[in-house]
Design a binder for this molecule. Sequence first.
Ligand SMILES: Cc1ncc(COP(=O)(O)O)c(C=O)c1O
Length: 389
Amino acid sequence: MKRVYFDHNATTPMHPEVAIAISAYLCELYGNPSSIHWAGREVRKAIEEARELTAGFFKCPKQDVIFTSSGTEGDNLAIKGIAWRKGNEGRHIVTSAVEHPAILNTCRFLERQGFRVTYVPVNSQGIVEPDTIRAALAPDTILVSIMYANNETGAVMPLSEIGALVRNAGVLMHTDAVQAVGKIPIDMSTLPVDMLTFSGHKINALKGAGGLIVRKGIEFERLLHGGHQEQGRRGGTENVVGVVALGKAFEILGKEMAAEVDEVRALRDRLEQTLFKRIPDLVLNGPPSAMRLPNTVNISFRFVEGEALLLNLDMAGIACSSGSACSSGSMEPSPVLSAMGVDPTDAQGALRFSLGYGNTAEEVDYAVESIVSVVDKLRAMSPLWHPKV
Ligand SMILES: Cc1ncc(COP(=O)(O)O)c(C=O)c1O
């Protein structure tokens, strides 16, 4: 059976060059990077090289990069770290209604500890409007956390504008850039944010590795108490393989991202445009392509149940998603689509296609044919479907 992977926002395949780069660290180079002897030193060197490559990609000082176990840990570290350190200065945090659970559930946890959290709404395209942030700021706001791009719709937030107004108000700004990294250019030397989260498995590196960039001078509480790793900011022997993979992935992105993004955008546009041409009664969930990640399209197939569509496409070898990966299995309409005001029935019929490294035009064409025939089949069984003749 043909296999087509259109779920790169859930996770990505490892880049072959990353696999080569890490292979030596699976057996030959096994030292503990904290050891001062030869075995430790060669591994310490690899970690610091990866940190340099990461910093080079983001255009930030090397010391600002903290490697973590995931994007989730990076988000937790930013939010709990600031809340716990600055809780005596203020107990108010601002975030948005469409953040990943790594942010939302961390904020809910802090609410149980007596913090106040404002979840600003999004507009019908899924975008956080800067005025809503301005209105949410209070004298005791200590942190604003707004994602750079949304995992379900691909909506890219006006982060420069939001960051500038937050900083003007003297408040710290964090962004969960897990989905934006590698898909849109990010330049920390000009972007007005203080902390930024990234994750390895969304950029063709490894699962279980990620990081947080924290600008010099920002004090935060550590999550993991232990040794002096990561300059005393995160205890625990480093995930050497994961960190080396991240460094290599950033090196590759630095060279190839622009061309790769153009290719992926062309494939995504081909998929999106052909589906809208071939299938009636589709609704685009999210902003127009200029304000969207180049690899993502989220579409409601009216009169069809998203889960049924997903399973039928799976049988045809096509992997896509009916919501964020973390909530699949649940039949609740996606909270992101609900926050955008998408009609609950339309939300139930929504599918996300997210393309990436390795996809081809042939795969797009195969997927289109499969989607057209599955939608036809499911609509023919739906009592609600009345084709326009
Ligand atoms: C926007 C966003 N933030 C955070 C995460 C969590 O990253 P990780 O899987 O590395 O914990 C994800 C993963 O889906 C994500 O899409």
